[in-house]
Design a binder for this molecule. Sequence first.
Ligand code: ADP
Length: 412
Amino acid sequence: MTATRVLVLNTGSSSVKYQLLDMSDRSRLAVGLVERIGERNGRIRHTLVHGPDGPDGSARTRESTGPVPDHGAALEAVAEELSRDGLGLDSPDLAAIGHRVVHGGKRFTEPTLIDTAVVDEIERLSPVAPLHNPANLTGIRTAQKLRPDLPQVAVFDTAFHATMPEAAARYAIDVETADRHRVRRYGFHGTSHAFVSRAAAELLGREPSEVNVIVLHLGNGASASAVRGGRCVETSMGLTPLEGLVMGTRSGDLDPAVVFHLMRVGGMTADEVDELLNKRSGLVGLCGDNDMREIRRRVDEGDEAAALAFDIYVHRLRKYIGAYYAVLGTVDVVAFTAGVGENSAPVRAAALAGLEGLGLAVDEELNRAPGDGPRLISPPGAPVAVAVVPTDEELEIAARTYELVTGVRQTL
Ligand code: ADP
């Protein structure tokens, strides 16, 4: 019997998200989350999707709270929950573990089988991803301890953007300084941009190699990408995820001199500016809320700060759509994805308002109609398709991991 299951681990600084997938039919067997690692009130929530008594797709959730001292304890708790459902890490059905790794630098442009040299290189990249790579590494090391014999694969958030031409990837600063400190535009959310751009082509009934796509990944973090014939040619995040669109708590683009100004005139330290721009800016900085549902509720009640935050958010989005249209020359489909992109009809409508001259429009009724699969929301026969395409980063990580360890090509 061949092993067909893949455990996907997304290890953050204080949480571990996991999913167990069966690649024979791409079903999800279990999903879960360990939160507040390192705190006294840690929490694990585990959902068995196809239980022994629920082959119809019903789900059963268990939740427990208590201290989770570190990532080791968190992964042991995950292993324990999976075992209770007969899906333990010792199962011969488990083919591999796929890890989300945020920063792959210039070196990692493909999913990579993890060995000591790979671990060392991910560690060397930590200065450019101080919040993410160390946490990802803890997940890798702990998983290796639990199953030293099992293949483990790193799937990088930056990899899909490695095809960006130098003209898009380089900042216009002194080349030697940039190279010495590895300062260039890497881009993030690549796993999602890859998945969604392919799914958007599929929705049009065409090969990814034949279509140009603008992907708008609008979650709490947000990024746009321009994809020509399946290859990324431009994306809005840069050296770090701070560049580009207005996000839940990040500013996105600003004049870099704002940083010197806040340091020289505002007396702030580099760490304070870093925290301001990453955690207290974007929607939350503008109006105190970063949840688009809450912002829309406030807009509907006539709240001015929320209305301005919404306008700034969609103004930036529209600028990027126009810019990426110009980068691509011709566009076949604009695809909205992630929490805001998949769920907020007002954001989608406002982002494309006034762009009819570019062939871009949303059909009001289709835009508002509820739905959970990939779907078109442009008026029938529109020159450029506009689509909502739910992202599935875990499935993409599992597919790439399985493909690498078994050689069995996964077309999603
Ligand atoms: P991330 O993975 O970056 O944490 P998600 O892709 O899950 O984020 O998106 C989370 C965001 O999606 C929330 O902060 C909220 O703004 C938005 N969101 C979720 N559901 C809805 C909805 N029904 N309508 C509008 N916005 C939503």
